[in-house]
Design a protein around this ligand. Structure first.
Ligand code: TAP
Length: 487
């Protein structure tokens, strides 16, 4: 399927051979070039925005029940093709095939969730100071959405925007990451098969600095929905030349606190999963762990053993592997840099620390899940987002210290706690300055609860009803009535 999608853009319901420069897309597990994409030219971005504007006129007037049915059809089409879509994702992103399949099914879940929400866009009637007036608060779709997405979750991070926008009655132009464009183009082919009208969904490929920026600056785009790094998010906020609605889902540097009351087995299992899944390339990955001094040595030893046991593989050849290749050389180099920095400043290597050995790993971007202990806040691993398979551990002496360390960051996306003592759970969850706090589990985001960051981790929410509100404007209609004549 990748060959069919190569060098194409999806504009106004049709596949267009892109006219811009070609960009190679690599398989990060082997270093082979899979195919090329076409960088959309400014004229092609204009075409996509014009198609979305034209489609908005009719899509915003489509009855909610019909938008709901369209999203259900899209969800069914996507889950029916889950294997094909997952293979594309693994080839371009590196995660194991089964994990990619799970992500595709979550994309389908987002379609069905927002299909249900489309028919629940309720307004309000607000009391006035006199009884001859009704104040109606209505919700109307914002307009054309420019969606700019990263490479770590190439399907889900498009899905949250696409589904929320379409349910609300908006149309969308998607600019996926350069590293993972084919998943986005494959989703566009599902949009066609689900009979979603032309122009409602458009996909333009190319670099963020050119194609993404063109959407940010485009006067025909009413809202930018962005997921990516805090640096690019801030740049987008500062470079909008006109007032636009923005939602920015940005970086993290997420802490886990393990108290002395914690179930140690569960804490180790959770820490391994959320530090290393998707090779740590998750905005809500656990980057740093604070563990009660009383149990620190045993926790660190067991975390190291568990990390060493994770199976690394080429995600196509070994679909059940725990972790696959990293998506590109940049996150790999950043991981090595954070590791070298920690070791130079006195951290102790507990597990990993190098690339796995063997021919299968020779040309891809692989690295062993790595644990360092005895960390301090002088180290990058404890203060910057690594976005790789590296976690730092530090002991704490009291809950206040743990909270202070966990909150000592400009980020505020997700924090994790393992504790059994209810007083500790209450104390910690109320004091952690994060948009998401997961206690005794590591799944900080679920489809029907709002998901968003604080501070430099972003503004706005995805998931839940709140995720759809990001695509709606309020309109206050204030009507004064007279008594009917001849009453
Ligand atoms: P970025 O480098 O920020 O890229 C994200 C997207 O923005 C890509 O499509 C990129 O295009 C585009 N872009 C780059 N410069 C742009 C510009 N000047 N104008 C408009 N668009 C531009 O992030 P990444 O490296 O792909 O992803 C990793 C980051 O995403 C991490 O910080 C991670 O924490 C964050 N993230 C956050 C979340 C949530 S929900 N908060 C979820 C996942 C990831 P190119 O690909 O062509 O550069």
């Amino acid at each position: 399927m990748i060959t069919e999608l190569a060098e194409k853009l999806f504009i106004d319901g049709a596949w267009k051979a892109g006219e811009g420069a070609r960009i190679a897309v690599e398989n990060p597990a082997t270093g082979e070039v899979l195919a090329h994409i076409a960088a959309a030219t400014p004229a092609e971005v204009d075409l996509a925005v014009a198609a979305a504007r034209k489609a908005f006129k009719s899509w915003s007037r489509v009855a909610p029940i019909e938008r709901s049915k369209a999203l259900h059809r899209l969800g069914d089409t996507i889950s029916g093709e889950a294997n094909v879509l997952a293979r594309i994702m693994t080839l371009e992103q590196g995660k194991p095939l089964n994990e990619a399949g799970g992500e595709i099914l979550k994309l389908a879940e987002a379609c069905h969730f927002y299909a249900e929400e489309a028919v629940r866009i309720h307004g309000e009637i607000v009391p006035n100071s006199t009884t001859d007036i009704d104040s109606l608060v209505m919700r109307e779709p914002i307009g054309v959405v420019g969606a700019i997405t990263p490479w770590n979750y190439p399907a889900e991070l498009i899905g949250w925007k696409l589904c929320g926008a379409l349910a609300a009655g908006c149309t969308i132009v998607i600019k996926p990451a350069e590293l993972t464009p084919f998943t986005a183009l494959a989703i566009a082919s599902m949009v066609t098969r689900a009979n979603i009208p032309a122009g409602v969904v458009n996909v333009v490929t190319g670099s963020g600095s050119k194609v993404g920026q063109a959407l940010v600056e485009h006067p025909g785009v009413d809202k930018i929905a962005f997921t990516g790094s805090s640096a690019v998010g801030l740049h987008i906020q500062q470079s909008c030349p006109t007032v636009k609605r923005l939602s920015l889902e940005l970086g993290g540097n997420c802490p886990l606190i393990v108290t002395s009351s914690a179930d140690l087995d569960a804490a180790v299992k959770g820490a391994v999963r959320r530090s290393f899944r998707n090779m740590g390339q998750i905005c809500i990955a656990i980057n740093r762990i604070y563990v009660a001094r009383l149990i620190a040595d045993v926790f660190v030893a067991r975390l190291g053993e568990a990390a060493d046991k994770l199976v690394i593989g080429n995600g196509i050849e070994n679909p059940d592997a725990d972790v696959g290749a990293m998506a590109s050389v940049e996150p790999l180099n950043k991981t090595k840099d954070h590791l070298a920095d920690a070791l130079a400043k006195g951290a102790k290597l507990i597990a990993g620390g190098s690339a796995p050995e063997g021919d299968v790993f020779a040309r891809g971007y692989f690295f062993r899940p790595t644990v360092v202990a005895g960390c301090t806040h002088e180290m990058k691993v404890m203060t910057e987002e690594t976005f790789g398979p590296l976690v730092g551990v530090m002991a704490f002496d009291g809950l206040d210290e743990a909270v202070e360390l966990a909150n000592d960051t400009p980020f505020g996306l997700a924090a994790y706690v393992y504790a059994k003592d209810m007083d500790e759970i209450r104390y910690l969850s109320s004091r952690l300055d994060y948009g998401n706090v997961a206690v005794n589990n590591v799944d900080a985001g679920i489809m029907n609860a709002p998901y968003g960051g604080r501070k430099q981790s972003g503004v706005g929410y995805e998931h839940g009803r709140e995720g759809m509100l990001e695509y709606l404007n309020f309109k206050h209609v204030r009507i004064r009535y007279d008594e009917p004549k001849g009453r």
